[in-house]
Design a protein around this ligand. Structure first.
Ligand code: NAP
Ligand code: MG
Length: 496
């Protein structure tokens, strides 16, 4: 463990909220421990924000929206986003360590997440100056469609990619000219809170971004219900997403939801075999399988089913499970005791419903015994109607299913309440095209697994969500469209 981390107990953001440009104390006394899932040590205590804290944050965001931020040009907003990206890159080692210590994800993954977060800020920094509406000339008038920021955005994010999810939320909102109150997950509040100490140097006016930590049912609910919030952007479970949508209805707040999935990874017999195996392993075991887009249902053409199964099992055995701060580690512990219990229960359920071919339990070993580690797990011959094939595990648990025809693969792929992502592996361009047209998912990868380029739209069909993040459309989610009618005649045309 790096000694540098101990010095972070002095980190000014710990135990504070970030409101109106400053780290401030809570109006309440409640604190939540942030626990390292590798050894159960308490890294820090975060504020469990009160409704009064949330009100201060929303008020600051509302004032900044009507004040300094409204006066800030798109060019300046873009430059600020670029400077936040630069801070992420400069502080990568420190932020990655905070990310890994709180979440258990391997340090190498955290470093690449911080770089991806910086790329996201850079993209939206560039886009800030390119947002525009349009103009139509009609008889006696010009009709303008003007883009304006929605207002104050409440953003609620999960623990699996703490900094990247913060970037996906903050960057497009600031690009569009919104102000923000962000609530990170109670499991992983440290990294984004630490980043806030770079906001003033980046030129971000006070109140434009506010960060409140705390429990979902406390601070999160207060934020969702606050009348000063105009838009809610949420990433997390379907259960909480549904609840938020209902609460948002009271104030007719704009809502975007990024929820879970049970994504098919379809391997055809004509695929590049090695690439398909790599992609399937990456798709379910990356980030301990704690991914909304995990390729958790691996559909394999029957003629290569046995070969694929054998290769997956052999390769998954070699995954290096270990201390998340070790740069060689490929799989760390699950995020929390609660999540560990949940994934363990699904491993047991799978044993009752399908044929276990790898793993199925807690991962043990000298360095692992105090952590929430589970074994990479593979179930074969899974029935697509079993719970293990329908419910999101959010852990390193793969289901293998054979198929005999493309029609069957498409039907199996689509037979899910979710529709976030799908991957298809084939060298036949017409097969690939058929799959891309027929799969009912928000993202389809052809001969790849899990890329989420900031340039492309991201989000789900069906119960995987509502609206899209990333790409140009990611900024639209933070914009209203206003019609401005400009009469061009001294004597207006148009009334009887
Ligand atoms: P979660 O329980 O839904 O929590 C997500 C966030 O919502 C957390 O910040 C949580 O706060 C907060 N929250 C909980 N209850 C709330 C309420 N009543 N009102 C307002 N906010 C509330 O999900 P999670 O366990 O953190 O994350 C795992 C889930 O997220 C998985 O189901 C996964 O599929 C989904 N996910 C989806 C994507 C995507 O892009 N589609 C990405 C990542 C994760 P606390 O945690 O602080 O209590
Ligand atoms: Mg933790």
């Amino acid at each position: 463990m790096s000694g540098k981390f101990d010095a972070m107990h002095e980190e000014p953001s710990f135990g504070k909220l970030f409101i109106n440009g400053a780290f401030v104390g809570s109006t309440g006394a409640a604190r939540l421990p942030v626990i390292d899932p590798f050894d159960q040590s308490t890294i820090a205590h975060a504020v469990d924000a009160t409704a009064e804290d949330v009100d201060r944050a929303v008020t600051a965001a509302g004032e900044a929206f009507e004040g300094a931020w409204r006066e800030t040009s798109a060019q300046t907003r873009g430059q600020i986003l670029w400077r936040i990206a630069a801070a992420l890159r400069e502080r990568s080692a420190e932020l990655a360590e905070l990310e890994t210590r709180a979440s258990g994800k391997p340090i190498a993954d955290s470093e690449s997440d911080i770089a991806d977060a910086a790329t996201c800020f850079e993209y939206y920094g560039g886009l800030a100056t390119k947002l525009h509406g349009d103009v139509t000339s009609i008889e006696g008038a010009m009709v303008l469609a003007v883009k304006e920021p929605v207002g104050v955005a409440a953003q609620i994010i999960p623990w699996n990619y703490p900094m990247l999810m913060a970037a996906w939320k903050l960057a497009p909102a600031l690009c569009a000219g919104c102000t923000v109150v962000l609530k990170p997950s109670e499991e992983t509040p440290l990294s984004v809170m630490a980043l806030a100490s770079s906001f003033a140097d980046a030129g971000l006016p006070p109140g434009v971004v506010n960060i409140v930590t705390g429990r979902g049912e406390g601070a999160g609910a207060a934020l969702v219900d606050h009348p000063g919030v105009h838009k809610i952007a949420f990433t997390g479970s379907g259960e909480v997403g549904r609840h938020i949508m209902q609460r948002a209805a009271a104030g007719l707040k704009r809502v975007t939801l990024e929820l879970g999935g049970k994504s098919p990874n379809i391997i055809c017999a004509d695929a590049n075999f090695e690439a398909a195996i790599d992609g399937a392993l990456f798709g379910i075991f990356l980030n301990q399988g704690e991914m909304c887009s995990a390729g958790s249902r691996i559909l394999v053409e029957r003629s290569i089913y046995a070969r694929v199964l054998e290769a997956l099992v052999e390769r998954a055995r070699d995954i290096r499970i270990g201390p998340p701060m070790d740069p060689e580690t490929q799989m760390g512990p699950l995020v929390s005791a609660r999540h560990f219990e949940r994934v363990r229960a699904y491993q047991e359920l799978g044993k009752a419903e399908a044929r276990l071919v790898l793993g199925g339990g807690r991962a043990t070993g000298a360095a692992l015994d105090r952590g929430w580690f589970v074994e990479p797990t593979i179930f074969a011959d899974v029935n697509n109607h079993s719970r293990i094939a329908r419910e999101e595990v959010f852990g390193p648990v793969a289901c293998l299913l054979p198929f005999d025809s493309d029609e069957e693969a498409i039907a199996l792929g689509n037979d899910s309440p979710f529709g976030l992502a799908a991957a298809v592996w084939t060298r036949d361009v017409f097969r690939a095209l058929r799959f891309t047209r027929r799969l009912r998912t928000g993202v389809v990868w052809v001969n790849h697994s899990q890329p989420a380029p900031v340039e492309g739209p991201w989000g789900g069909f069906k119960q995987s969500g509502l609206g899209r993040e990333l790409g140009r459309g990611g900024a639209d989610a933070y914009l209203e469209t206003k019609q401005v009618y400009l009469n061009t005649e001294d004597q207006p045309i148009g009334w009887p």
